[in-house]
Ligand binder design. Structure first.
Ligand SMILES: NC(=O)c1ccc[n+]([C@@H]2O[C@H](COP(=O)([O-])OP(=O)(O)OC[C@H]3O[C@@H](n4cnc5c(N)ncnc54)[C@H](O)[C@@H]3O)[C@@H](O)[C@H]2O)c1
Ligand SMILES: [Zn+2]
Length: 362
């Protein structure tokens, strides 16, 4: 089992990576998370594949394990589901010593984490991420929250887990499209902070797609290290953490405009292509780098272009991003593959130029 330490100011904790749940109970015990009331939160997809085994493990360390299952999907990451979760907590007498166990993808982690952050002014929670996106991204860093009136993650809190336990074998039941969407964030990690990692992900694409367990473990470990390191240095996103938004400025705009028809990672893929062109426009990336980025995204069947919408519509939407302050657009650009910087000086014409590159005839 691998251990990665996350050193946030509010709470240091470990990410454990293994290829089974065999050591899950030891991890609960080591964190003094046993002998409490436990509430497993999961969606009705993950329930089918992984709930039974987690229930049977956890019932060995606590005789008060309850389960809350909600319908899968982003449309249920809202306050109505949180309301039902609070009802469940109260009906099952969860108290300040109880622990919420988030078992699932990013929707489950964000929702259960937010309920834990707010119930009784904050109770402990544990992340057991089962989607690739959750394993390499959303379970780390303590951002929790729900959507409100179509505003994504509009209501939330920073609340760090007691620990994150990743069993890479859970990816065996994840639909391929979801796996590929998670790969967009993995590729992003390489592009912004580690060129060798980017080329590792590119060269080993066949084996990774076939879920080679050694490579998957290596990949998840490196992504957790990169994300863990960034959030340790900048928990509340005052600077460095913003670099994780590479591809997200335009990606988020597309995601909203298409009303969430494309998966988050798919929108980020298109957004990264546009941001790569912006990086080249600024004199940083070479044409060859852009081709490599597109090739790598293509290996994971991620979209590179967009047929719908228009550059102007996407441009206007950028100003509705919750990270856009005082109408100043912020982009993460690559200085080279493996290193990045934050820029706020791009002009409207620079930005439109890079958005135009994601349309097929350009
Ligand atoms: N908190 C953060 O820092 C952060 C970062 C990035 C994304 N997010 C959030 O994460 C969410 C997206 O995460 P996601 O892509 O994991 O979405 P998700 O939780 O909806 O999972 C995607 C789909 O895969 C299914 N699934 C998950 N694990 C499975 C498994 N092992 N086997 C079979 N099916 C499985 C789910 O039921 C769902 O249908 C968004 O709400 C986004 O806002 C949060
Ligand atoms: Zn993302």
């Amino acid at each position: 089992m691998e251990k990665i330490r996350v050193e946030t100011n509010s709470k240091p904790y470990n990410i454990w990576i293994d290829n089974s749940f065999d050591l899950l109970l030891d991890t609960f015990k080591a964190c003094n998370c046993h002998q409490s009331k436990l509430c497993i939160v999961t969606d009705d997809n993950v329930e089918k594949y992984h709930l039974k085994s987690i229930q049977s493990y956890l019932s060995q360390i606590s005789d008060q394990v309850s389960t809350f299952v909600f319908p899968y999907g982003e449309e249920n990451k809202n306050l109505q589901t949180v309301y039902r979760l609070y009802e469940h907590f109260i009906e099952h007498h969860l108290d300040r010593d109880s622990i919420v166990v988030a078992l699932g993808g990013g929707v489950t982690g964000d929702l259960a984490g937010f309920a834990a952050a707010s119930y009784m002014r904050g109770i402990r929670y544990v992340q057991i991420p089962t989607s690739l996106l959750a394993q390499v991204d959303s379970s780390i860093g303590g951002k929790t929250g729900v959507d409100f009136m179509k505003h994504k993650n509009c209501v939330g809190a920073f609340w760090q887990p007691e620990f994150v336990f990743i069993n890479t074998q859970t990816l065996g039941t994840l639909p391929e499209r979801e796996l590929n969407a998670g790969m967009a964030e993995v590729i992003k990690h390489g592009l912004i902070h580690d060129a060798d990692y980017f080329y590792f992900v590119m060269q080993n694409h066949e084996a990774i797609k076939n879920l080679d367990s050694k490579l998957l473990e290596q990949l998840i470990r490196r992504s957790c290290e990169i994300k863990g390191d960034v959030v340790s240095k900048d928990e509340k996103e005052n600077g460095l953490r913003a670099t994780l938004n590479f591809g997200h400025t335009i990606g988020h705009a597309i995601e909203r405009l298409l009303d969430f028809k494309l998966l988050h990672g798919e929108c980020v893929s298109i957004g990264m292509v546009a941001a790569a062109y912006l990086s080249s426009h600024m004199g940083y990336l070479k044409e060859k780098d852009i081709e490599e980025i597109k090739t790598c995204l293509g290996y994971y069947h991620l979209p590179l272009t967009l047929k719908e919408l228009s550059p102007e519509v996407i441009y206007d939407e950028l100003f509705y991003d919750k990270k856009t302050k005082n109408n100043v657009l912020k982009f993460i650009v690559l200085k080279a593959i493996g290193s990045c910087e934050i820029t706020t000086t791009s002009t409207k014409s620079d930005i439109l130029h890079c958005i135009e590159t994601i349309y097929p005839n350009n």
